[in-house]
Ligand binder design. Structure first.
Ligand SMILES: Cc1cc2nc3c(=O)[nH]c(=O)nc-3n(C[C@H](O)[C@H](O)[C@H](O)COP(=O)(O)OP(=O)(O)OC[C@H]3O[C@@H](n4cnc5c(N)ncnc54)[C@H](O)[C@@H]3O)c2cc1C
Length: 573
């Protein structure tokens, strides 16, 4: 067993771990990053290998070696999820993500208060743990700005210092300045979606993405090749942590990355502090790092699992869990989907898919009046050139032909031959409410390749509020489909109650130590030298993809650690 000493150990060097590594390294702190996967390079992605990256999803964790199990309720046996939505290499999910980079709305940060003010407390389902965040949009705005400019995000402002514009998203919260890069060019599906939205009086716009529309900071602009989501970018035009923050961290001379290392425990003494972490190295050896500061940045499953596995006599229900909130309030996006297919136009989904998505925000958050409706909160609506995004999930027309078309034989062949290059999918990415009984815990029956119990999700989105929302949104998507002039418009099944994309919760942040695991900086209420960063800390989820928000939170935590904690280690308030 080897033991090393350092100022800071960061477990997981992905979307947020990479930011913390660079920012703390720049402040002179000695940082070791533990990352279970390899460190790949842009050259590794020059083979645009659809079998490896798209069908086999090689950049995601293997569901056999790193299983995460799911059951709809506590009475049912959990089974491994077939596909996992996060990273497995230095840079984490940002290496192969779609790079949609959203700021949350102002009311996303105060969903509970806002709902009560506008509709009364009875509008919130009695069993929901809907709450406010311990910080506001205004608190996070400088860090959103820092993330957009340091990483490189392309888009068009919809609200510049309170001045609204239809060129961008008029529902966005005020931003201090324009995006650093102009919006990406639309593809056919974006053109179709935008025209349909405008026809109905809605406000479509080009979705912001951490993909360079022009050369920026020494990196080339996007060539619209189409190999984005599920692939690493062979041009380095995708602003992944691999090509943005890791080189910055290296340049500090204070950062050491240990790849192929699997953390299995956070170590602590009886003084109310953590002392470091233990991990298995690639050669199978069992090692320890002693550190003044431990930062968990492993995504929600291991952020929760490691605390549960690190229980002590003082914390018998999981480290840093005196509130009893650890593992609770799991949330996920559900993608309601409507297909549109045209007799008279090609959509050509193989030209630049994923880089050029369009969205509309008219039915997201509380951007529309919910009076008289049986649900609160909404969804971001968008278009996706479906097949290349769908991957092995099968959310494509080949798996979901319209009613009346069989799934085999001549009629199926003829349908696909005609429509495969003439369709798109309109999608609603829903903001589902938090519920305390939706949980992450340790599976007593399934273990991973290291013999650790798998993270187990207990979750079923089919609650009355969520079902009513999905029905409303599917109707809106069908309305948009008809307005697009499509010959065929049909719904894709909404499926089982399984969690969809972007899992959140498990180590909730809050302003009350009795009701949350960490404070607004991700610092444990119980153990001041332990931080937990990422979407596991989200109190609520928003209809937007989470990554820019967790990255802004990572910058905010880094700022608090460097400018306050480092000078006076202790609880940050
Ligand atoms: C295909 C795909 C598309 C996506 N598209 C978008 C999008 O368009 N927009 C958006 O906002 N989000 C998107 N996401 C989600 C996004 O990738 C995540 O929100 C983000 O990566 C989470 O950041 P993180 O730092 O918390 O975790 P990650 O980026 O996953 O990083 C965590 C790292 O920790 C490592 N790790 C885990 N456990 C351990 C351990 N015990 N020991 C050592 N290392 C460990 C992992 O290998 C990983 O590299 C997408 C995800 C996928 C999979």
């Amino acid at each position: 067993m080897a033991t090393q000493k350092t100022d800071v150990v960061i477990v997981g060097v992905g979307a947020v771990g990479g930011i913390l590594a660079a920012e703390l390294g720049k402040a002179g702190m000695k940082v070791i990053g533990l990352e279970r996967g390899p460190r790949l390079t842009t050259q590794d992605f020059s083979a645009l290998d659809e079998l490896r990256y798209f069908q086999r999803q090689e950049l995601r964790p293997s569901s056999k070696r790193q299983p995460v199990t799911w059951r709809p309720d506590a009475k049912t046996n959990a089974k491994p999820l077939p596909i996992l939505n996060y990273g497995n290499q230095a840079g984490g999910g940002t290496v192969h993500y779609g790079a949609l980079s959203w700021r949350f709305h102002e009311d996303d940060f105060r969903a509970r208060s806002h709902t009560i003010e506008r509709y009364g407390a009875s509008a919130i389902p009695a069993d929901s743990s809907l709450t406010d965040w311990p910080l506001t949009y205004a608190d996070l705005e400088p860090f959103y700005d820092q993330a957009e400019y340091e990483l490189g995000v392309s888009g068009r402002a919809g609200n510049l210092q309170g001045r609204k514009t239809d060129a961008g998203n008029p529902f966005e919260a005020p931003r201090r300045r324009e995006y650093p890069l102009p919006a990406l060019l639309p593809d056919q599906s974006g053109v179709i979606f935008a025209a349909a939205g405008q026809k109905l009086g809605y406000h479509p716009f080009s979705s912001p993405r951490a993909i360079l529309s022009q050369p920026y900071q020494g990196r080339a602009g996007c060539t619209y090749c189409g190999f984005c989501q599920s692939f690493g970018c062979h041009m380095a035009a995708k602003s992944s942590i691999l090509v943005t923050k890791l080189p910055e961290a290296d340049a500090t001379g204070n950062f050491k990355l240990l790849t192929g290392t699997m953390c299995y425990r956070v170590n602590s003494d009886n003084s109310g502090r953590v002392t470091g972490v233990s991990y298995y190295a690639a050669d199978g050896s069992d090692n320890t790092i002693e550190a003044d500061l431990v930062i968990l940045a492993t995504f929600i499953y291991d952020n929760t699992r490691l605390l549960l596995l690190s229980k002590t006599a003082k914390f018998p229900n999981g480290l840093a869990n005196s509130s009893g909130q650890l593992g609770k309030h799991l949330m996920a996006h559900i993608g309601a989907r409507v297909f549109v297919a045209f007799d008279d136009r090609y959509v050509n989904i193989y030209m630049g898919p994923s880089a050029q998505k369009h969205s509309l925000d008219d039915f997201n958050a509380d951007n529309f009046d919910h009076s008289g409706m049986k649900f609160v909160r909404g969804a971001q609506l968008s278009v996706t050139p479906a097949d290349l995004e769908a991957g092995p999930i099968g959310a494509s027309i080949s798996m979901n032909p319209p009613p009346g078309i069989p799934r085999w034989g001549a009629a199926y062949r003829d349908f696909l031959a005609k429509y495969f290059a003439r369709y798109a999918a309109f999608i609603a990415q829903t903001e589902n409410l938090p519920y305390a009984d939706q949980t992450v815990d340790l599976d007593p029956h399934v273990r991973d390749q290291y013999g650790m119990p798998a993270p187990r999700l207990t979750y079923d989105w089919r609650r009355p509020n969520e079902v009513a929302r999905i029905e409303f949104l599917l109707n809106k998507l069908e309305e948009l489909g008809r307005a697009s002039g499509a010959t065929h418009v049909w719904r894709s099944p909404t499926g089982s109650g399984a969690p969809g994309a972007h899992h959140e919760g498990g180590t909730r942040m809050g302003s009350d130590p009795k009701l949350s695991v960490v404070n607004r900086y991700g610092q444990s209420w119980d153990i001041p030298n332990l931080f937990v960063i990422g979407s596991s800390t989200f109190p609520t989820m928003s209809g937007f993809n989470p990554t820019l928000t967790i990255q802004a939170l990572a910058y905010s935590s880094a700022d608090a650690i460097v400018n306050r904690y480092k000078k006076s280690p202790g609880a940050l308030v």
